[in-house]
Design a protein around this ligand. Structure first.
Ligand code: ZN
Length: 87
């Protein structure tokens, strides 16, 4: 079972837009070298989007390890400046 509770519809015209864990999203397919990325579809508005869209990782030029490190610091409650120093 895919855990989609972190995701929400990204279509701003959709009634479910921005609501996480609403049960409106389904996985329509997978892509990527190891099929590790999911394509999601919203049942309410029929929009399809990548699971990475709308996350800090999407279209990021930073290597994933670096992004993970930055996010960890933010999750630890560090401010942006402090995070910038630590990474
Ligand atoms: Zn939608």
């Amino acid at each position: 079972m895919d855990d989609l509770s972190r995701f929400c519809c990204l279509n701003s015209d959709c009634p479910e837009h921005g609501k996480r864990g609403g049960g409106n999203l389904t996985v329509t397919g997978r892509y990527g070298p190891r099929k590790e990325r999911r394509m999601l579809r919203c049942r309410a508005c029929k929009a399809r989007f990548s699971e990475r869209k709308g996350t800090p990782l999407f279209d990021s030029r930073l290597p994933p390890e670096k992004v993970g490190s930055v996010l960890e610091h933010i999750a630890e409650g560090c401010g942006v400046r402090q995070t910038g120093r630590l990474c």
